[in-house]
Every structure is written in C-alpha cells, then in structure tokens.
Design a protein around this ligand. Structure first.
Ligand SMILES: Nc1ncnc2c1ncn2[C@@H]1O[C@H](COP(=O)(O)OP(=O)(O)OP(=O)(O)O)[C@@H](O)[C@H]1O
Ligand SMILES: [Mg+2]
Length: 321
C-alpha cells in the first residue's frame, strides 16, 4: 500500500540583496515603481510541498508516490528524488513550461520581495486520482497546489473512497470557502499550524469543535512549542525536538508531516508518530533549504532515543534499513 503525495513541485530561487529595500523606495513615487536590485548571491533549491513531504518519507524508508505536473526543467530534480527513494513516475512533464518557481529576494533586514510563478503547476488538475487506483493508494496527501487541483483531488478521493490527509496551509485564503469546507468534511486527517487553524475556522464558518468532529485525526503544529494530535477523543501533546542550531525554518511543517506519516504507516502509537514528526522537522531546521538535510533510519532512531523513549517500537525502522 502506497502513500501518495500531491502538492506543488517547485524550484526556489533565493537571492540576497546586500542593502536595504527601504533605501531604494521613494514613498512619493509609489505610482511609478521601477526597481532593480543587484544581488550578489543566488541559490536554486528543490522545493514544493509534495516533494518535501515525500523526501522525508523516503529518508525514513518509505517509497512514496509523488504526483503532480512539472516543466521541462525537472530532469535533474527527478533523478535526485528517485535516488532517495521517491517514486516519480506519476510526475507529468508539461511541454514548453517551466516548473512552478518561487523567486525571493531578501535584504539585510530580512525584508523579502517574492513572486511565485505557477508554471506547470497550473496543469495539476489534469491529473485524475482515478488514474492512481492501480498503485494501491492507502492515503493521498493533499498539500498546497493549484487550488482547482486541490478541490478536485479531494472530491475524487471522496468518490473513490480513498482516505486523504488534507493540508490546505497557505492556500486556505485562495480556496473557495465551499470547496475548503468540502475538503475538510471529507478528510480522514487534517494538518494545520495554529495560525492556519484560526484562518480555517474563519473561512469555513466552522468552529474548532465542529472541525474536530469531522476528521478522525487532527494535528495542529505550534512551532517550537511542538504539536497537538487530536484523535479518538484524546489529545497528545508532542514536544518539539531540541535543534543543535537553527539555520532555516522553511519546510519544517512538511518535514513534520513526512515524519508523522512514516510512523502512521508503520502503525505506531500517536505519541511516537508525533515525535517522529518533531525530529524530522528539527533535521530540516538545521540546514538551509527543504531537502538538504540527510539521515539514515539508523541515525534517526539513535537521535530519537537521545530525547524520547520509544520503548523499542522504532526497532521496526532499523529492520528496514
Ligand atoms: N524553533 C523550533 N525548534 C524546534 N522545533 C521546531 C521549531 N520550529 C518548528 N519546529 C518543529 O516543526 C514543526 C512544525 O512547525 P510549525 O508549526 O512552525 O509549522 P509551519 O508553520 O507549517 O512551518 P512552515 O510552513 O514554515 O514549514 C513543529 O511542530 C516542531 O516540531
Ligand atoms: Mg506550513
């Protein structure tokens, strides 16, 4: 049985401007802005919510199926994901397009000017979940993506009776409120951070208790405060895992989901699933980028046991590595 990861598949182009944007903006001339910043550093990183989650799952020994649409610039990214154990044969190349791309320029005071180009991601709704049935999907992860595709995947999962994890995140504000509500109502599990949980209540006109009663599993992440897992009428308080250094928080939410899901797929208890999410997130926090951290399942278990007691249940990860 396979975990299917859907979500944006993107490159992040990250630039650093060795000055202050504010010194270049003339408040009296805001109606005719023409700015060009000479930047002295740029990196291109692999990103997107779908591959980020799949990456962590693969590090932990899973073989997730990544689903989405990309541009002609994806070959190297595909090879990298495959080498880590992500199955990419359902990632469709759209001829003549670029992959979704996030361009961000950050100045010396950490102000950021960014643009997100949807590119090939705008074709994501051309994929029908029905096409995946032969892959034996156990769970479909619906992460931020083209809003049309997100709504369609949720509807198709409901029609096919395939459980899905709903992770609307930054698209909460872009999704049609009716579709957002439909997405929550049919979900097996819901993952949000604390801010998104508030936003979700506002946009769906559902109360926190109503949302809780709609889904089997709800996880609210709380940054360095950890997370809360709500399931079967219980609340599990999950501490975060102390990082050795904090380099870049981008992608920690995705890494948490990947770690949690690996535990879930192995049938581990909720506390362990949550704590696996915490440690997976901490690894991500300690490197720049969302897929530049690395560990083997053995290293993961050893580090886990330094802070948490798994009573031996994580031996199952060692047996698979
Ligand atoms: N400062 C921190 N120290 C340790 N762990 C952290 C820290 N920040 C985040 N985490 C871990 O990452 C998990 C997810 O964090 P958070 O709630 O910030 O997600 P998020 O807002 O969705 O992040 P993003 O969307 O930027 O990836 C937390 O539950 C925690 O385990
Ligand atoms: Mg997030």
């Amino acid at each position: 049985m396979t975990i299917v990861c859907t979500g944006s598949i993107a490159f992040d182009y990250l630039m650093s401007f060795p000055g202050y944007f504010r010194d270049h903006i003339l408040p009296d001339h805001l109606d005719s802005i023409s700015l060009s910043f000479l930047v002295d550093a740029m990196v291109r990183q692999r990103g997107g919510t779908g591959p980020n989650i799949a990456y962590t799952l693969a590090l932990l020994g899973e073989r997730p199926l990544l689903v989405g649409t990309v541009g002609e610039d994806f070959a190297e990214y595909r090879a990298c994901l495959e080498s880590k154990g992500v199955d990419t044969h359902f990632v469709k190349v759209i001829r003549g397009e670029y992959s979704a791309s996030f361009f961000a320029n950050t100045d010396l005071s950490n102000n950021q000017i960014a643009s997100f180009y949807t590119g090939a991601m705008a074709h994501a709704a051309e994929i029908n979940i029905q096409e995946l049935v032969g892959e034996n999907p156990e769970l479909v992860v619906i992460s931020p993506n083209d809003p049309k595709a997100m709504a369609q995947y949720a509807r198709q999962c409901q029609e096919l009776g395939i459980p899905y994890l709903y992770d609307p995140s930054q698209q909460i504000v872009r999704l049609d409120p009716e579709e957002l509500r439909m997405g929550v109502e049919g979900a097996q599990s819901l993952f949000v951070n604390a801010y998104e949980f508030e936003l979700l209540q506002k946009h769906t006109h559902l109360t926190s208790n109503q949302i809780l009663s709609l889904v089997e599993i709800m996880v609210v992440t709380l940054g360095k405060e950890g997370a809360i897992v709500y399931v079967e009428g219980e609340e599990y308080h999950i501490p975060s895992y102390p990082p050795e250094k904090i380099i870049d928080p981008t992608g920690v939410g995705d890494a948490f989901r990947g770690g949690f899901l690996r535990g879930y797929h192995l049938g581990l208890d909720w506390q362990t699933c949550g704590q696996m999410g915490s440690l997976a997130a901490t690894y991500c926090l300690e490197q720049r980028g969302t897929q530049n951290h690395f560990y083997t399942p053995d290293e993961f278990v050893t580090r886990y046991r330094r802070c948490f007691d798994d009573r031996g249940v994580l031996d199952v990860l060692l047996d698979q590595s």
